[in-house]
Design a protein around this ligand. Structure first.
Ligand code: M6R
Length: 597
């Protein structure tokens, strides 16, 4: 969360680079935005609450300055107003920050006792005040940085500069991503290479506890007082920069990207020879660890392993896994799932697993992300840049990768039979064939007004349909703000059914042939209590059933079915949000990359 960007180089380019960078980073937060630059040797600040376009209107793009920093915020400490917006300044120093300073109260108290006062509620201002105080003492930025880093606890990616030094940007990193883009006579700093990829393909990744001094022609990175050598990375050209291509929002466009993403992904993993695969035979346990939709994709993965490989898989929210005893050993494979590869909760778990020397595998989209560098094996989702906060193609490619891993796993264990391979090939063929027509069929649900304005929506299903219910419910909530919950279909009668009244929308997902009849009974129970029932089922089952609406999805076989079944719900959420005139790509209070705990 929070996007940070910095630039030093050409005076004609600075403002443009900062604004373009912030635009690419807006997915990380959009409560407020700001920039700082040097004008006639003086720090100038422009900050605005609201989305980036509010800031853009106030900035003169023709401004000439050789150095600047910028920030787009997802509020952690203090309201999303102009005062709390970054950059923050104390004395000679101005900085932007992504992360959370956990001991801010103690530090603030110490600084206040020295007579330093604060204008904002932010932890960042405390960081800057501490750094400035140290600079006043040492009169040396490097020493001031080392002192400050030794005092602060928490997570931070910081870019700052000193009013008296127009030659350098200064950076610090712990637990939040930070990269330096290396140009010719210019340097960039950002939370994500998307911010500067238009200007340079070369970059350096900072590791935890590193800090640096960046001039327009050279950069120096240090750790514990000593200079460290860093590898120059080159951007993966696979990772294509995305634009809306005529769609009204990224979410809509990214749903339509799904067929191409899946075709490429499945072909890649079927044909790639130099692909580092774990020795699957060595494991007697899999644990899946993830957050949000990535967790829901993991629930589908768990189901696939149970039904096809008869292998037990444990799944945990990363935010919970981190604080419990880790019941894993050298025969456990821990699979981390994350689109961004930067989710703080997931990263912390991956670090813990690495320290314990337990094998780990990442299903991740962003190339060279923190998670991809922490795990032993990486399966890239190859979904391209996903910009909408609500994941769609990311989620679908995570499920596809669980299918890929299941197939490799069972092949390694000699349990992948000829008949399973036929199911796989046939399922894949059908899935890729029917997915485009599905978009057309589900592009317009005539009944959405029946669910808008209802106080509650329920999603129910069994087995993989329950996993899909979790994702369908989250998708609706996050982009349309409609209240909704998902339940295992059989659980409703154990309490929640008391909330069902006349007109309550209940989405029943019943594509699992083994449990179809059982879910049917559950939906009849809610129908008897007045619920407005929307049944999702296969085109191959008997649909003679008295429900209010039906969503009929093509039967592509159990392996690939979840990929098809989620499509109408992704489109439904988009349609509801659109009809409510909401900002679909930037839902309130959310950010795409959740880099705080
Ligand atoms: O980048 P990650 O996949 O680790 O993100 C995990 C969740 O924050 C993410 O899936 C979130 O739930 C999405 N906004 C859902 O659409």
């Amino acid at each position: 969360m929070c996007g940070i960007v910095g630039y030093i180089g050409s005076k004609e380019k600075t403002i443009n680079v900062l604004l373009k960078g912030l635009e690419r980073l807006e997915y990380r937060g959009y409560d407020s935005a700001g920039i700082a630059y040097l004008d006639q040797n003086q720090i100038q600040l422009i900050k605005k609450s609201g989305k980036l376009n509010c800031l853009e209107k106030s900035v003169d793009r023709n401004l000439l300055t050789e150095m600047g920093i910028g920030h787009t915020r997802w509020a952690t400490h203090g309201e999303a107003n102009e005062i709390n917006a970054h950059p923050h300044r104390h004395g000679k120093i101005v900085a932007v920050h992504n992360g959370i300073i956990e001991n801010m109260n103690a530090l603030k108290k110490e600084l206040e006792e020295k007579g330093i006062s604060f204008v904002s509620d932010t932890d960042t201002e405390v960081f800057v005040a501490l750094l400035n105080d140290a600079f006043e003492k040492y009169q040396d930025m490097k020493k001031a940085i080392e002192y400050t880093m030794s005092k602060v606890e928490g997570s931070y990616a910081i870019v700052c500069f000193n009013e008296d030094d127009k030659e350098h940007l200064y950076v610090m990193k712990k637990d939040s991503p930070l990269l330096i883009g290396v140009g010719m006579g210019e340097m960039f700093v950002a939370s994500d290479y998307q911010a500067f990829r238009e200007f340079t393909k070369k970059y350096v990744l900072l590791d935890d506890f590193e800090y640096g001094i960046i001039g327009k022609n050279a950069w120096h990175i240090y750790k514990d007082g000593k200079e460290v050598e860093k590898k120059l990375e080159v951007l993966d050209e696979q990772d294509i920069l995305s634009n809306k291509e005529g769609y009204d929002c990224y979410m809509h466009k990214e749903i339509y990207d799904i067929p191409e993403v899946l075709t490429n992904l499945l072909t890649f993993y079927e044909t790639k020879e130099i692909h580092s695969i774990p020795d699957y035979c060595k494991y007697n346990k899999i644990q899946i660890v993830a957050c949000g939709s990535a967790y829901h994709a993991g629930c589908v993965g768990k189901n696939l392993f149970a039904h096809f490989a008869h292998f037990p898989v444990e799944i945990e929210y990363a935010s919970e896994y981190r604080y419990q005893p880790i019941l894993a050993d050298e025969h456990t494979l821990v699979i981390f799932v994350s689109q961004s590869g930067e989710t703080a909760d997931t990263i912390h778990c991956a670090k813990k697993i690495k320290e314990m020397h337990i094998d780990s595998l990442a299903i991740v989209n962003v190339y060279n992300s923190t998670l991809s560098r922490l795990t032993d094996y990486v399966y890239y989702m190859r979904a391209g840049e996903e910009r909408a906060v609500a994941t769609t193609k990311g989620y679908s490619s995570q499920i596809a990768l669980f299918i890929v891993i299941l197939r490799e796993w069972m092949k390694a264990k000699n349990t992948w039979t000829v008949s399973l391979e036929e199911q796989y090939q046939e399922g894949k063929r059908k899935m890729l064939q029917v997915i485009q027509p599905c978009f057309k069929n589900f592009e317009h649900f005539s009944w959405i007004s029946n669910i808008i304005s209802k106080p509650m929506n329920f999603f129910i299903g069994r087995q993989s349909d329950y996993a899909l219910s979790l994702e369908a419910s989250l998708k609706l909530k996050e982009v349309s703000y409609l209240n909704s919950s998902a339940y295992a279909a059989g659980e409703l009668k154990h309490g929640t059914i008391s909330l069902v009244e006349k007109g309550t929308p209940v989405f029943a997902i019943a594509t699992d042939k083994n449990t179809y009849e059982k879910t049917k009974s559950n939906l009849m129970e809610v129908k008897a209590r007045g619920a407005y029932v929307i049944l999702t089922t296969l085109d191959t089952v008997d649909q003679e059933i008295d429900v209010d609406e039906k969503i009929i999805v093509p039967d592509v076989g159990a392996l690939f079915q979840p990929i098809i079944t989620i499509i109408p719900f992704q489109l439904l959420s988009y349609q509801v949000a659109k009809s409510l005139d909401l900002d679909i790509d930037h839902p309130r209070n959310l950010a795409k990359s959740v880099t705080v705990e």
